[in-house]
Structure formats: C-alpha cells, structure tokens
Design a protein around this ligand. Structure first.
Ligand SMILES: Cc1ncc(COP(=O)(O)O)c(C=O)c1O
Length: 391
C-alpha cells in the first residue's frame, strides 16, 4: 500500500536512524545513561553577537514580513566580504551568493535547478546521507566515487571511466569530510576544478566544516582555485560554523548561472529565511575569525580526549585534522549496523553505523564530538569493553 506517496516519495531512501532511535529508547527504558554521539548536531551555543542580533530583530516590525531577494542583500554582502577576507577572491554579492535555509535545502534544490531526470551524478561513497534523498528527488542516476582508506578517503578522479565522466552533469565533493573526517589539499581542489571544466560538469562542494579545523590546517575552497567560479558552487552552513543548526541558515556561493538557476527554483519553494536569522548570520560572519577558532579548539580538545581514550583501550583510530567526527574502523567482519544497535542497547553509547553513509561506510562507525571531553572518554571506555566482550 503506497497510499498517496508518489513514485518520487517512494524512491526516497529510508533512514537507518529510525532503527537507531528505537535502540536508544530501549537503552533509556533500561535506565542506562544515554551518550548520543550518533548525530552531528553541535552542542555549543551560537555566538553572543548572533543571539543579540536575533533579539533585536524580533522587536523590529521591518523583519516581520516576507523576505524577497532584495531583503537578503545584507547577508549576501556579508558573505562576499567574509569570503574575500578568507580566500582573497571577490564574489559578486548579487550574482554569486545566495542565502539558503541550510546547506541541506540548498543541495536538494541545486540538483533540481541544474539537472534533469535521468542525468548522471558522481557521488562520493561514503557520503552525507541526505545526498541520497536529494538524488532520488531529482530522479538522477548515480555513479559512486569510492572514498577508500588507502587514498586518505580522497576521490581518485582519474579512475572515473571516460564514458562516465562524459555523461556526468554533477560531481559532489565535501572536505573536511563527513563521515570520514578526511581533509583535502588545494591540489585536490585544483584537480577537481580542472576535471569538471574538462568534462563540463558542475562541481558542488558541500563545505559546512570550513571552520571546524584543527591546529594549522586550513580548509581550501574550490572557488579560490583557477577556474573555480566557472564550474563550481560551494555550500556553506551556519549549523557548524556558528552552532545554529536549529535556525536553518547557510548560503551557496559560486558560478553565477548555477546560482541564478537555484534562485529560480527556490523562488517557487520558499521566501528566504526570517530576516532576524539572516541578521544572526551577518553578526556571526562579522564577529571575526576568533569566534570560529575558539569553537574549533573545543572540538580539537574533544578529539584528543576521544582518540586518546579509544587508543588506550586498544582501539586504533586515526587522528582527524578537521570536522566534528572520528571515523573508527571496526574489527574485520563486524557489521556496523548490528554493532551500533547492540552498543546503544547494551551500553547507552550511540554512534552512527558506517553503512548509513553508503556501502563503503561498512566496517566503520562515526563518533560525533558533541559532548564534553569527560563524557567522550567515558563513552570510549564503555564501547571498548563492549567490543572486547563481543570478541
Ligand atoms: C556534509 C554535510 N552537509 C550538510 C549538512 C547539513 O547542513 P545544514 O544544517 O546547513 O542543512 C551536514 C550536517 O551534518 C553535513 O554534515
């Protein structure tokens, strides 16, 4: 029985997180302390200046009505100024920047705006789960680009068969990466831009972890590479940079024709985010790099706590340079989904099963660094004992 569900709705992949939810409920019912590290939702607060901007906006009647494109100008200008200062490239605030209601919304609508049903998309495997839904919604054919441990979870663009590259309309990349926590070099970004220009492919770089970087590592933008603005769109999110996941705001930047197409599609779907929330993003962008650096140091200390505790317990995991995740290999032959469900039920510690991110995510689980260091260390110890007991 499909009831009213369209073929499109029926094609949407089912989320494994519903099953995880049931496992969490069973752990709670047993009275276990639940440590939920399965979802990458930042537990830090938005910058104080952003909260203050929202407070002021809610008392300003000018913000109460629909927000047309002209109403988004302050945010578009703030994004262009921020990008110029960060990457030394000037963006046209009218033609190369568009506010989004989160990068997830932007990704789905960008595919609707730039592809036709049956077109081919090159999608990383593993990848952020909502990519799969957006691809189904747009009716695209998918070619998986494997991200393998032996290549540092970077794509081998040269291994994509020529006939596939010739047919492809879109290539998706996302570094710092969710779920693998891998980082890219400017050389990879240059190579991706060159590959996409050669094959007339739109490069969509999902870039929500631009600010979640540790030590001296700085995340490269595809738009700052030669020819980037001719072939790429980058998606940004205030959810990760400014801990505003619930507020739903981000932006797309890049190729003017793709941005114009996205604006046309969004014009039929939404009236832009509330001006007060846009004002939050402006205030956060203008607050200076120290705001994001400080938060990144919090995640870095948590990374050290978790990685240290896992290793002390005998679980060898790599030390990520960015993102808010640790991508941990399971013992050979362990099913990631069965492991995550059993771990949640028996220890109260919830991690995301690698398979939720695609076939090549199997054999891993993802920890999100969304609790403080002491809790992460406790979670690591409990999971390590659980692993040991399972043999
Ligand atoms: C790679 C990636 N893209 C997009 C999103 C969603 O971002 P937003 O909250 O801006 O929709 C996430 C959230 O975890 C993510 O990891």
């Amino acid at each position: 029985m499909t009831g009213w569900a369209s073929r499109r709705a029926q094609a949407m992949p089912r989320s494994v997180f519903a099953t995880m939810d049931a496992a969490k409920a069973r752990a709670r019912a047993k009275g276990l302390e639940l440590i939920d590290l399965s979802i990458g939702s930042s537990d830090l607060a938005p910058p104080a200046v952003a909260l203050e901007a929202l407070r002021r906006a809610t008392y300003d009647p000018e913000t109460y009505g629909y927000c047309l494109f002209s109403g988004t100008a302050p945010l578009r200008r703030a994004v262009a100024a921020w990008f110029g200062a960060r990457y030394g490239v000037s963006l046209d605030a009218d033609e190369q920047v568009l506010p989004l209601i989160g990068s997830q919304e932007g990704f789905a609508n960008l595919l609707l705006a730039t592809t036709d049903p049956g077109d081919l998309i090159l999608l990383p495997d593993p990848g952020y789960p909502s990519y799969y839904g957006a691809v189904a919604l747009a009716g695209l054919e998918m070619h998986a680009v494997p991200l393998e441990a032996e290549n540092g979870f970077l794509p081998e663009l040269g291994a994509i068969p020529e006939r596939v590259a010739r047919r492809a309309k879109v290539l998706v990349l996302s570094y710092p990466n969710n779920p693998t926590a891998a980082v890219a070099t400017p050389e990879l970004m240059r190579e991706a831009v060159a590959f996409c220009r050669e094959h007339r492919i739109l490069l969509v770089h999902d870039f929500p972890y631009v600010d979640t970087v540790y030590g001296d590592y700085r995340a490269p933008s595809v738009l700052a590479q030669p020819g980037g603005l001719e072939t790429a769109v980058e998606l940004y999110s205030c959810s990760k940079s400014f801990h505003m996941g619930g507020f739903r705001i981000g932006w797309a930047a890049g190729n003017a024709a793709a941005i114009a197409a996205l604006a046309r599609v969004k014009g039929a779907v939404d009236f832009n985010q509330y001006r007060g929330i846009q004002a939050m993003a402006v205030a956060a962008l203008e607050a200076g790099a120290e705001v994001t650096r400080e938060a990144a140091r919090v995640f870095e200390a948590r990374r050290d706590a978790l990685v240290g505790a896992l290793r002390r317990a005998g679980w060898e995991v790599p030390t990520p340079q960015a993102s808010m995740y640790v991508w941990a290999p399971l013992p050979k032959g362990t099913d990631s989904f069965a492991f995550a469900v059993a771990a949640a039920e028996q220890t109260g510690v919830c991690v995301a099963p690698g398979r939720a991110f695609g076939e090549r995510g199997e054999g891993y689980v993802r920890f999100a660094l969304v609790r403080d260091a002491a809790v992460l260390a406790r979670a690591a110890a409990r999971l390590a004992t659980f692993l040991e007991e399972r043999g």
